[in-house]
Design a protein around this ligand. Sequence first.
Ligand code: SF4
Ligand code: SF4
Ligand code: SF4
Length: 261
Amino acid sequence: MRPRIAFFDFASCEGCQLAILNCEDRLLDLLQLVDIVEFREALSEKGARYDVAFVEGSIHREIDAERLRDIRARSRLLVALGACASTGNVQAAANALSPAENFARVYGEAARNRVQADRRHWPLWAHTRVRPIEEVVEVDHHLRGCPVVPEEFLRFLGHVLAGTRPMERPHAVCTECKAAGVRCVFERGETCMGQVTWAGCRAICTRQGYRCDGCRGLLPDANLAAHRRVLREHGLDDEAIDARYDLFCAAGRQAIEEGPL
Ligand code: SF4
Ligand code: SF4
Ligand code: SF4
């Protein structure tokens, strides 16, 4: 029987699903080997059970967490698709402020007053916190990055078809930079998140002359104290360093530096 695979989205820009749809040439071959039973961006059909559920997006409300638990219960394997699902991504920076403060920053002071005055919505605001999906359900594999790397997705499906599982081997983007012979951005006086970031993107940003901003998330054993010291030595103050972490890794930094949320 062909594996039944499905795609689901929560809070996200849907760019990871788009990255997969953009593998058009290889997707047609893939369709001969698997049954895509649910994929809102491409199909109207719905499935009941799945061999692999790919989940994109971060979890904000209890109603999302319930939906995710239901997907987990109906899936043999569950995969975090992209940075929003794997780390909470940029959205997780909102956890540092109250919902009313977040509303005020985006929509102005009138919105803060409205949130505080509208008691009907208090239970919703009170339970709004951005979480990677692993805080809600068990995750079998992570496809990291913002967006995901299509080759990693195709490689993962190759493993599913072969009945094997790829290893998640923690190593830093620096290793891929060195393998590609890239001159480190620190050598030209700039700063980088590559030392504390999961590799797997083949250092695509640094190979093109930019820095790594850490979109694949913090390594589990990242030495943030040492990384902060290096960033300070290169001229960033604590506020600027927090901003660099919070671009993609707010939830990871909070978990490592302040303990679980
Ligand atoms: S990880 Fe990035 S590209 Fe993927 S859904 Fe989230 S914001 Fe969009
Ligand atoms: S440019 Fe960034 S990722 Fe590459 S070696 Fe330097 S610190 Fe590491
Ligand atoms: S180099 Fe860094 S920012 Fe760029 S894709 Fe890789 S992990 Fe993401």
